[in-house]
Design a protein around this ligand. Sequence first.
Ligand SMILES: Cc1cc2nc3c(=O)[nH]c(=O)nc-3n(C[C@H](O)[C@H](O)[C@H](O)COP(=O)(O)OP(=O)(O)OC[C@H]3O[C@@H](n4cnc5c(N)ncnc54)[C@H](O)[C@@H]3O)c2cc1C
Length: 281
Amino acid sequence: MAKFPSKPTTGQPRRITALAQVVQAGRLTQNMIRVTLSAPEFAGLPATCAGGHCKIMLPAAGQSIDAFRTQLADGPKPVTRTYTIRNARPETREIDIDFVAHGDDGPASAWAARARAGDVIGFAGPGAPKLTEFDADFYLFAADMSAIPVVAAGLEALPRDATGMAIFEITSAGDRQQIDAPPGVTQHWLIHDDPHRASCEQVRIVEALRWPEGRVRTLIAGETGVVRSLRLLLRGDRGLDRRDVYASGYWRIGLAEDEHQKVKRAEAEADEARLSQVNGG
Ligand SMILES: Cc1cc2nc3c(=O)[nH]c(=O)nc-3n(C[C@H](O)[C@H](O)[C@H](O)COP(=O)(O)OP(=O)(O)OC[C@H]3O[C@@H](n4cnc5c(N)ncnc54)[C@H](O)[C@@H]3O)c2cc1C
């Protein structure tokens, strides 16, 4: 497995690579599949890595475990996608990943829908959790289905006396989850039944928010068009500092992940250039 991407980055948890085996897979909610994975290497994961991202590498249909192991070690690079570690249990060498079931047009979604105990995938991670500083007066969270795992992990990590607001945009009423958020964080669950149609609801709610006093930190992720509008609103109109805003596009209507990542990088650079002109910096 030497060719897994495993470059260590300062301040990041130690990255591990593994051939992981499915322990169980099934519907968590109507349009979300939870896959529990196990690998001996997961014993080395920090218990606090929930909310960090990871790369998963998918075997081709019908590929044997031995052939996939060889491919991971020697190439070519398998189909690779980015997901969030929802829960980590190093003591039992397990993690959970929650996959949006958005159909067979995406290899990861299709894989999760068919995953059975004993199946394997490649794993590389974890990335750092997205919310690690708990010094804010108010926390603003926003997520579509793809970002429920990262936002739920962020909410669970908050101090119990934290205050804020969390917006979740889900595909159906059956996608609502119980999240152990501090009581001072209000939760809004919106239903947007066609994720392939752009939504303005999250932006509308944030625009209408009576702006809180003090330091505001954000953890926002989901469809890139929505996230981009939120980032421009928060960094531009609301004047939040770049370091206090995590707002990341996790997927884009009509684009597979590799293509989306290219476009996202170019757009983020253009947005920052525009914001530094507007903010005079
Ligand atoms: C840091 C990070 C963490 C992420 N964590 C998670 C996570 O925990 N759970 C999760 O489900 N996703 C997560 N995502 C998003 C996930 O990487 C993308 O949704 C990815 O495109 C899924 O791959 P795929 O093979 O299913 O579809 P792709 O082959 O990438 O795309 C195929 C088609 O499916 C559409 N599509 C992709 N994602 C969705 C979606 N969510 N809803 C509707 N249509 C979609 C695309 O627009 C495209 O038309 C994360 C992304 C990032 C960057």
